[in-house]
Design a binder for this molecule. Structure first.
Ligand SMILES: [Zn+2]
Ligand SMILES: [Zn+2]
Length: 362
C-alpha cells in the first residue's frame, strides 16, 4: 500500500507551552536534525518550553551580528518562530538563511553543516508556503522547496523537512504527469524538478528503507494480528509495538482483544463480551458487567476542541488516512504525542480537508 511515514509528532504538542516555543521546537525538529537521528522529542520540548531570557537573546543577537555562522542560523530560526524575538523585519530571517546557504555571495566562510541546515530551513519555509491556504498548491513554491532540499541533500544532510519536500514534490509530479495537458503550466516545471538528482536519490533510498521496515513489521504482525490493531471495529488505530495497546485482562477469546484506549474498550464491550467470557451457568451475569484493562488510563473521550486536549502517553500509534488525492490514495499517520482520540481527530480533519482539495488550483 502507498503508506508514507508521515510523522505527526510535530504537528501539535500536548503541553501548555507558548505558541512561539512550540513553533520553535517544530522548526528545530524538522529542519536542524538528520531525520533518523532525531533527539528525544519530550526532552526537546522540555528544554525549550520556556521563552529565552532577554539577555540570552541579546547574546545570541550579538553573536549573529558579529558573523558567527551558528549564531546567525539559530537567530534566524528564532526569528521565524518568534521565539524570544517578537519584532523583526519580514524577510530578514530568509535573507540571512540565503546568505548562510550560499556563502559565495559575500565571499564568506560558512561550515557545510550550517549551509546544509540553512537550505533545510528554507525548504520548510517554501513547502509551508507551497501548501498554502485552502488546499491550493503553489507549484513555484514547491519547486523552490525541492531545490533547497536538493541542495541540503547534496551536502549530505537529510532532515525530515528535506524528506517532506521530496515526498510532496514526488507526489505532485506524479499527479501532474498523469493529468496531462490539464496542468500544462505545472508541467512546464517538470525539467527543473527532474534535475534534482540528489533529492530523488535520497527519496528512493528512504522508500527502500521504509519498504524493508514494513516487511519486517508485517511478519511480526502476522504472528499475532490482534495485538497490533484496536479491537473496536470502528477505531482503526494500529500500532507497531504491542506496548501501545491495552490488553483485555482475563480475556478468554482465542485472539485476546487489544484496545488503543479505555474508550474503545468500553465502546466495544457489548460486541466483545460473548467472546471474552462466554456465559457460564454458575457465573452470575453482573460479575462481568465492566471490562478491565491491565493498565489504568484516564478515559480521554474524543471531543471538540484543540488537539492539545488530547495529550498522549508517549506510545506510538498509527491510523490510516484514506481517500486522499495522492498516488495510492492513503497515508499512515504515526504519532506518539497524541492520545488515540486526538490521532483520530487529526485523521478526520485531514480527510475532510482532502475532500475540499481542488486540483485545478495547482
Ligand atoms: Zn476480552
Ligand atoms: Zn481504538
Amino acid at each position: 500500500m502507498g503508506a508514507l511515514p508521515i510523522d505527526f509528532d510535530l504537528l501539535e504538542m500536548p503541553t501548555n507551552m507558548s505558541s512561539s516555543a512550540l513553533a520553535y521546537v517544530n522548526i528545530r525538529m524538522q529542519t536542524l536534525h538528520v531525520h533518523d537521528e532525531q533527539p528525544d522529542f519530550a526532552k526537546t520540548l522540555e528544554k525549550f518550553s520556556k521563552e529565552p531570557s532577554a539577555s540570552e537573546t541579546a547574546d545570541l543577537k550579538a553573536g549573529a551580528e558579529s558573523g558567527v555562522p551558528a549564531d546567525r542560523l539559530e537567530y534566524a530560526v528564532r526569528m521565524l518562530s518568534k521565539y524570544g524575538i517578537k519584532h523583526e523585519i519580514p524577510g530578514q530571517a530568509y535573507a540571512e538563511l540565503l546568505l548562510l546557504a550560499q556563502p559565495h555571495l559575500r565571499q564568506e566562510q560558512v561550515p557545510r553543516s550550517i549551509q546544509a541546515r540553512a537550505f533545510s530551513v528554507m525548504s520548510k519555509i517554501e513547502l509551508d508556503s507551497a501548501n498554502g491556504k485552502g488546499g491550493a498548491l503553489n507549484i513555484s513554491d514547491l519547486l523552490r522547496a525541492a531545490q533547497h532540499a536538493d541542495n541540503a541533500a547534496a551536502l549530505g544532510f537529510v532532515s525530515p523537512a528535506v524528506l517532506g519536500a521530496a515526498m510532496r514534490a514526488s507526489d505532485v509530479r506524479a499527479q501532474v504527469r498523469s493529468s496531462g495537458p490539464k496542468f500544462a503550466h505545472a508541467l512546464q516545471h517538470e525539467p527543473e524538478f527532474e534535475k534534482l538528482e540528489n533529492l530523488w536519490e535520497v527519496l528512493d533510498k528512504h522508500r527502500e528503507d521504509v519498504a524493508r521496515q514494513a516487511k519486517k513489521q508485517e511478519k511480526k504482525v502476522a504472528k499475532a494480528p490482534s495485538s497490533y490493531r484496536c479491537a473496536a471495529p470502528e477505531c482503526g488505530i494500529i500500532a507497531t509495538k504491542k506496548v501501545a495497546f491495552f490488553r483485555c485482562s482475563r480475556c478468554t477469546a482465542v485472539e485476546k482483544a487489544h484496545y488503543c484506549s479505555k474508550d474503545c474498550q468500553f465502546a466495544d464491550w457489548k460486541r466483545h463480551k460473548p467472546m471474552c467470557r462466554p456465559p457460564k451457568n454458575n457465573t452470575p451475569q453482573h460479575e462481568v458487567e465492566k471490562p478491565e484493562t491491565d493498565i489504568h488510563v484516564t478515559p480521554n473521550p474524543l471531543s471538540e476542541g484543540s488537539l492539545l486536549d488530547h495529550p498522549g502517553d508517549g506510545r506510538t500509534r498509527s491510523v490510516q488516512v484514506a481517500d486522499l488525492p495522492i498516488p495510492g490514495g492513503k497515508i499512515l499517520l504515526t504519532n506518539s504525542t497524541l492520545s488515540p482520540g486526538g490521532l483520530k481527530s487529526v485523521r478526520d480533519e485531514i480527510e475532510a480537508l482532502a475532500k475540499g482539495l481542488d486540483l485545478a488550483s495547482i
